[in-house]
Design a protein around this ligand. Structure first.
Ligand SMILES: Cc1ncc(COP(=O)(O)O)c(C=O)c1O
Length: 434
């Protein structure tokens, strides 16, 4: 992949760390931030980004970081891809807002049609546009209940679906997301995730002891768990869920918010197993950083509800729509292939690293540019994330002891090689203290 020339293109080789980290301006800014922002924000480590270009982030002190994080798997086309920027700038000078839910914005329907075109579903689809992943999941819960006239929803232990009340009720990656907020949405059950043998739980526990299958509206699953630790299910697991859904008239909802939008080398992660869902929730990488969430559903489901059943003022904002249309073009125009090639390169390099540090690195897993490196302890994973940051490489923890590697899909072979080298040095430093 060649990278389009951008504003940091003439910068020195990245990473380029020129201050201690965090630097003086970052420290001052963080003090300011902590006076005004909600303390509920989790804040992984003290990076204060001010500019981005491709896979590079510049912080407030002028340090250049290689971004293996993409703003939590969001900037799929790289930071400020020139095509995306141009479309947003043109659109901002034309029309910024006019409530696609109450009026007929051309871009709104064009984006819905484009998302329906790329859906991993054979039946013609229709699309609901919101602003975020959690809204896409909320819409899926509402439509599933409405269309089936059933109440119960099954999600998975280790799953993450967002933080508004419906989606956080499905979330079961960490108990802190529920702490102090109960009771959650009633009628939600959590199944074990990932192994074909786990599917017995549905017959042996759920349907036998808790609720009859004909009262279950939907099974909501991340085809690859994200926040829960980048967990790839066994082959046969998602096929098994589809079979359970088929047997009992239950809807299969794929939460592709983190794993979709080309990240695994296919548009949708569930396509790695040739499984067709009934509803797809997408957000994050689908609009390169503009806030867009979408629920894509089979037309026969979507046409069960009528005007007023669901809507939102900002969903399908014109700026988010043009960003999404441009993003889809870029994903189909080579970025998905790049995700596969660079993913193979990174997985191979990380597996070599695991051979060097087998007691510290427990597992390296993933598909395409959705890679998890599991360490022996939570503290070790945190220490590697910190040591990477100190060297100018941005990563992010997930699950209990996993560091996730989810760079922009524009990452070049050279950038992947540099990132591997820096990550290896970080692991070596942490392993030496073990
Ligand atoms: C799989 C998944 N679903 C839903 C969400 C919620 O998305 P948002 O933060 O945009 O509300 C996330 C966010 O990380 C996610 O990873």
């Amino acid at each position: 992949m060649t990278q389009a020339p951008g504003k940091l293109a003439q910068a020195p080789a990245v990473p380029h760390v020129v201050t201690e980290l965090p630097g003086p301006k970052a420290r001052a800014h963080i003090e300011f931030d902590h006076r005004w922002t909600s303390p509920s924000l989790p804040r992984a480590y003290p990076i204060v980004p001010v500019r981005g270009d491709g896979c590079t982030i510049e912080d407030i002190d002028g340090n250049l970081f290689l971004d293996f994080n993409a703003g939590i798997a969001v900037t799929s086309t790289g930071h400020c891809h020139p095509d995306v920027v141009r479309r947003i700038q043109e659109q901002a000078a034309t029309l910024i807002h006019y409530a696609g839910c109450d009026f007929y914005l051309p871009l709104f329907a064009e984006t819905c049609a484009e998302l329906a075109r790329i859906a991993p579903i054979k039946e013609k689809c229709r699309v609901f546009l919101g602003n975020s992943g959690t809204e896409a999941v909320e819409a899926s819960i509402k439509l599933a209940r409405f269309a089936t006239k059933r109440q119960y929803i099954v999600a998975f232990l280790g799953g993450f679906h967002g933080r508004s009340y419906g989606s956080v009720s499905l979330t079961a990656s960490k108990s802190k997301y529920h702490a102090g907020f109960g009771p959650m949405l009633p009628g939600v059950y959590h199944a074990p995730f990932g192994h074909v043998a786990d599917l017995k739980w549905f017959d042996d526990v759920l349907f036998d002891k808790l609720v009859p299958p004909n009262e279950v509206a939907a099974i909501v699953v991340e085809p690859i768990q994200g926040e829960g630790g980048y967990v790839v299910p066994e082959d046969g697991f998602l096929q098994g869920l589809r079979a359970i859904c088929n047997a009992h008239g239950i809807l299969l909802v794929a939460d592709e918010v983190q794993c979709g939008a080309g990240r695994t080398g296919k548009m949708w992660a569930i396509q790695n197993w040739d499984v067709e869902p009934d509803i797809v929730a997408t957000a994050k990488g689908i609009a390169s950083g503009m806030p867009l969430g979408a629920m894509i559903a089979r037309e026969s489901l979507m046409t069960t509800w009528g005007p007023g059943a669901h809507g939102t003022t900002y969903g399908g904002n014109p700026l988010a729509c043009v960003a999404s249309l441009e993003t889809i073009k870029l994903l189909e125009g080579g970025l998905m292939e790049n995700a596969t090639a660079r993913g193979d390169q990174l997985l191979a390099g990380l597996r070599e690293l695991q051979k060097r540090f087998p007691t510290v690195i427990r597992d390296v897993r993933g598909i395409g540019l959705m890679i998890g490196v599991e360490f022996d302890t939570h503290q070790r994973a945190e220490a590697v994330q910190w040591a990477s940051f100190q060297r100018g490489l941005l990563t992010l923890g997930a699950g209990h002891a996993v560091v996730r590697i989810s760079p922009p899909l524009v990452i070049t072979e050279a950038e992947a090689a540099v990132g591997l080298k820096v990550f290896g040095e970080a692991v070596a430093e942490v392993a030496a203290k073990a």
